[in-house]
Design a protein around this ligand. Structure first.
Ligand SMILES: *Cc1c(COP(=O)(O)O)cnc(C)c1O
Length: 329
């Protein structure tokens, strides 16, 4: 068996918007685990699978689109890769830019970016630019700066290259399961990933799931990857929802963090808080009697829990005598 060399060279090059002249800028992204969840299957009476996107090279699904966007930026002779980001896009853009020998800069909200993501962007050599306000303000500034010479803006908004790369998650799921699931659950921030996931199933032509997307109910959610006030790709996200006969609903931070803990404790998967929104939504709909039993369900876990250590810092530590005493029972 030859080893995996990423989406462009091992995966789905013929389905991606690159030509023979496009250099491959890759960190061997994609080919992530699709893990069965006995716990969630038992809870829901369904057959539930987890797509572990935190296993990508920089720890989120953003790498799927970034290999395409930065390969094309390199082909076009760009000098600087620019993005607005709640954190994961900047980490991914910086890593792929480093790989391509390009400079990168990330416009991030002055507060509310998880520590691990900033650490990544810094180590990958990005210039980190703090913008007062929210992600929405970062995106506005990024669009203004994008017209400078040599700058490639790699946000997913209207970026066919990023979305084409992100479609590959559906190809991998269909290849692993043999056909599309009945339902695909995922978190929704700007709405790019729900759009790309749906388009992936449509393009692959081996069955269509209903797409269930979940946003954070609170605009100040602690699930910072989906702390988005006005989703930049809302129209295509709604179109994907409707074409699939699916839904987009909101989940509370209480539900998101409960699901975040359950994933670690019962499935051995440490996903970042935003990633748990798909599980939180599935469980909420199940509790409301809206999930018919016996369906095959895939849930995308979008990013790695290590990115946000502060979200996981509320644990107890006991001294060794207390522990030894508990064993003596
Ligand atoms: C980017 C991101 C999202 C949201 O994806 P959109 O395409 O903006 O809807 C969700 N979870 C994580 C971990 C992310 O990095």
């Amino acid at each position: 068996m030859t080893s995996w060399r990423g989406l462009l060279d091992s995966g789905y090059r013929s389905r991606l918007p690159v030509s023979a002249a496009t250099p491959t800028v890759s960190l061997h992204e994609g080919n992530t685990p699709l893990l069965h969840s006995p716990h969630l299957s038992a809870l829901t009476g369904c057959d539930v699978w987890l797509k572990i996107e935190g296993a990508n090279p920089t720890g989120s699904f953003k790498d799927r689109g970034m290999t395409v966007a930065v390969s094309r930026a390199a082909e076009a002779g760009a000098e600087l890769v620019l993005c607005a980001s709640t954190g994961n896009t900047s980490a991914s853009a910086a890593a792929y830019a480093a790989r391509a020998g390009l400079r990168s800069a990330a416009l991030v909200p002055a507060s509310g970016v998880a520590r691990g993501k900033l650490a990544q962007a810094a180590r990958y050599g990005a210039q980190i630019v703090a913008v007062p306000g929210s992600f929405d303000d970062c995106l506005r500034v990024a669009r203004q700066l994008a017209s400078a010479p040599g700058v490639a803006l790699v946000n997913s908004v209207g970026n066919e290259l990023r979305l084409a790369g992100q479609r590959t998650v559906a190809y991998e799921i269909v290849d692993a399961l043999g056909s599309a699931p009945d339902i695909h659950c995922l978190p929704v921030g700007n709405g790019g990933n729900i759009t790309a996931t749906w388009e992936g199933y449509v393009a692959y032509g081996r069955g269509l799931p209903r797409i269930w997307g979940f946003r954070a109910a609170s605009p100040q959610t602690e699930a910072t990857a989906i702390r988005i006030q006005s989703p930049a790709s809302w129209e295509p996200a709604v179109a994907a929802r409707d074409a699939s006969g699916g839904l987009i609903e909101s989940v509370s931070d209480t539900a998101i963090f409960a699901a975040y803990r359950e994933l670690g404790r019962h499935d051995g998967v440490f996903a970042e808080p935003a990633s748990a929104a798909g599980v939180a939504g599935l469980l909420a709909l199940h509790a409301a009697g809206r999930v018919a039993p016996g369906q095959r369900i895939v849930v995308t876990l979008t990013g790695n829990g290590l990115k946000d250590p502060d979200a996981a810092s509320d644990y107890a530590v006991v001294d060794v005598d207390t522990f030894a005493g508990s064993l003596a029972g």
